[in-house]
Design a protein around this ligand. Structure first.
Ligand code: UD1
Length: 380
């Protein structure tokens, strides 16, 4: 089976890495290529992760870069179409919900190539999120829908997706976390930064809906109040960094070498950030994957969004969704700092073996196709 694995944005890398590693164990069955769309291109958003995650260098880099949604998605489609025609794969694997996911899934399907979507069926029911549109469209055209939890499967069935296309395999992001947990624990970054375990917080903030000026100012005021009691390490996404500069908000941050208050840093590597998160008192975020990682790490997570496509992280994990209102963010953080405990459990099949299950499904597809191929039956 000839497979093209697609990555584009930073969170795709942690999801493809375990799948590529698992496919590589059986080179007789799988011939794989890695295509990077170049949606994320900064060294710290991309290259660094290949090294840390042991991902091979992309075979093809489309170098698409930034742009409006239409421009970015369209450019990826045009270039990925050429790759598909030239390479003629049997299957394209896409992960997550970014523009690269949608663009490559639709392009492959229109060429009659089978598509597998890893992390299918997540729904926020919020059509103002570009990611929700990407999820729905990608799932609609995919042949293999690999889900992280049972609710995702139910979402897909409700949308009319046939049962045989849905495979509940667990969470590949957690495969990567489990693979690197010990190495991340060994780092001495918190000592280097002068931090103590359980006495600081980490922050990610990059959603367009949160980095709009007025909302960003409100969030920063809440964060500064929290940081008076508990320093916050903030490795800023390039977009957020640009907004901070554009709106003249840098006085909210401590940009010096000593970590105190709200401390701004460059984006961190996977291992460094995992190391900080596993030692943090809490994580404040608007990202998707971090809600899942904190659930497995047992670290309280405060999600600064009006909703989540990952409700299992609230019902079973350590996540609370508070929106972007200053008072609600502050109140949630105070509850954690005042000793409020969150008890969660690790969701079913978030056990480090999701990629293995995905590859097992693909092997069964090959096995099912073989007798017909050998007898030269049509339709193969
Ligand atoms: C994308 C995903 C989002 C995901 C996030 C993870 C979509 C619709 N969004 O958002 O779901 O949570 O990745 O990080 O696909 N930029 C750089 N350097 C880079 C990449 C981006 O400076 O390497 C800046 C540019 O100003 C760019 C902006 O960030 O315009 C946004 O990048 P883009 O890829 O459009 O979306 P993200 O916000 O990163």
């Amino acid at each position: 089976m000839k497979i093209i694995n697609v990555v584009g944005a930073r969170p795709n890398l942690m999801k493809i890495a375990p799948i590529a590693a698992e496919l590589a164990k059986d080179p007789g069955a799988f011939d794989q290529l890695l295509v990077h769309t170049g949606q994320h291109y900064d060294q710290r958003m991309s290259r660094l992760f290949f090294d840390q995650l042991g991902l091979p260098r992309p075979d093809i880099d489309l170098e698409i870069g930034s742009g409006s949604h239409g421009e970015q998605t369209g450019r990826i489609m045009a270039d990925f179409e050429k790759v598909c025609i030239e390479q003629s794969p049997d299957l394209v694997i896409v992960v997550g919900d970014v523009n690269s996911t949608l663009a490559c899934a639709v392009t492959a399907k229109k060429l009659g190539i089978q598509v597998a979507h890893v992390e299918a069926g997540l729904r926020s029911r919020d059509m103002t999120m570009p990611e929700e549109i990407n999820r729905i469209c990608t799932d609609a055209v995919s042949d293999y829908l690999f889900t992280t939890d049972r609710l995702a499967g139910e979402n897909l069935r409700r949308e009319g997706i046939a049962e045989e296309r849905i495979h509940f395999v667990g969470n590949v992001m957690i495969d990567t976390l489990e693979r690197h947990r010990a190495a991340a624990k060994e780092l001495d970054l918190i000592q280097q930064l002068g931090l103590e375990p359980g006495r600081f917080a980490t922050l990610t903030l990059h959603r367009p809906s949160n980095v709009d000026r007025d909302i960003l100012v409100g969030i920063l005021e809440a964060l500064r109040a929290i940081a008076d009691d508990c320093p916050i390490v903030f490795p800023a996404h390039p977009r957020t960094r640009k907004m901070i500069d554009r709106f003249g908000l840098s006085s909210h941050f401590n940009n010096g070498t000593e970590v105190k208050g709200l401390w701004l840093s460059e984006p961190l590597g996977y291992l460094e950030f995992l190391h900080l998160n596993m030692n943090a008192r809490m994580v404040l975020t608007d990202s998707g994957g971090l809600q899942e990682e904190t659930t497995v790490l047992g670290v309280p997570c405060i999600t600064m969004r009006p909703n989540t496509e990952r409700p299992i992280t609230c019902s079973e994990g350590t996540n609370v969704v508070v929106g972007n209102d200053k008072d609600r963010i502050l109140a949630a953080a105070k509850r954690v700092l005042n000793g409020g405990t969150v008890t969660g459990r690790v969701p079913e099949k978030w056990d480090g073996k999701a990629a293995e299950r995905i590859v097992d499904v693909l092997k069964s597809v090959i096995a099912a196709a073989q007798p017909a191929a050998q007898t030269g039956a049509p339709g193969q």
